[in-house]
Ligand binder design. Sequence first.
Ligand SMILES: [Zn+2]
Length: 476
Amino acid sequence: MSSETIVIRNAAWIAAWDGSGHRYQRDGDIAFAGDTIVQVGGRYEGAADRVVDGSRRFAMPGLVNLHAHPHTEPAYKGVREDHGVPEMYDTGLYERMCAFVLDADGRRAGMEMAYAELLLSGVTTAVDLSGPVEGWLDCAGRSGLRFYIGPYFADARWKIDERRRLRFEWDEAAGRRAFEAAVRVMEEAERHPGGRLRGIVFPGQIETCTESTLRDAAAFARQTGRPLTTHISQSKVEFHEIVRRHVKTPLEYAADIGFLGPDAILGHAIFIDGHPDIRWRGGADLGRLADSGASVAHCPSPFARYGQAMDHFGRYRARGVNVGIGTDVAPHNLAEEMRLAILLARVMAADYRAVDTAEMFRAATAGGADALGRADLGRLAPGAKADIVLLDLDHPAMRPARDPLRTFLFEAADRAVREVFVDGRLVVENGRPLHLDPEGAAAQLEESQARMLVEAPARDFLGRAGDDIAPHSLPF
Ligand SMILES: [Zn+2]
């Protein structure tokens, strides 16, 4: 943690927090002492150790990425974008996860690259949901980002049978050991010097954990004051699996076993009973979700690639559901994800008023922070953490900056990010991450991806080559 007082002098535009929402301020200072903001707007008259010229900058709070898998998803670049399975209602999730397994070197390279991408798209807090791997916490700590570390555990593994049905290989003893290992990783994260790493309790999927594991995970999260997350209502296959097991929707089941609550973050809550692709038994899920106080981690990209979408962002918000934004897949570019989330909400609603720039910005900042129980994140206000992103108003993609937030979301995205502070510490300077080496990691990721594809026949349920599961986009 820095102990300096830094002043961003005369920022041309500021997205300041007024206590209930973001609003523009012009030509003002932002001052922070150590990790905490002391002043937003006006002229800061106190002493400063360092002054940053803000006259050609738009200052905004760092974005919160509420759901990401930075270790493995970069290895699916060029593999998953056109991949789907018609027999599984188009989702390619299960086939891909069964056939393509990345080695530890590849996962370390993936995180190095993804963390850089997160910072460069303006993210200062990320929820990293990953299988524990050596070096994870060192890289997360070194990156300068603020993390919620979610080590994966589950009682069952997915398996696809010869008729393309999703099956489950249960091993509850292994699941219990993974839960205990996850607790140790979270505790280690929270002891990490710098204090920017916290744990989030992450039973992997609603359908791969036993009821007792889900109950224990929720109880453990509540006893220890950690947030709680899982994958739920993320595919039609999963929806029907839970209906078959319990004659309840996944959200109804989660509510009935006490999993839902204000500390629960649901990735992705798309296939709920009122969704037009589901339409099952009355459509009570949205109200159930809102009444529980749980938040949704909304990640439109992976679903859009299968031709699927939440129905719809504006409806969830109107019913009172807190929604934050995540990337889930590569690219780890939250700015682009926000743009897609706006556009898809408008298409699904057939109404441009379904969501506007201000509402989407709120979701990606205060919405994500609130989901994590953090009133000190996602806001530029005295007392909040000094997690600040400066966008370059001189970049051609930002000009004209008549409304710089709109220009960032709809046009410039990550190209405009110039400086990033986390906890008052500069971690991106002149558009470069200071503590990460994505170029150095790229060769390792390429090597590990090639191995992952070569090893696919031994894992795939039909013994197919990687290039047959996910063919190239153009013929050779
Ligand atoms: Zn996910």
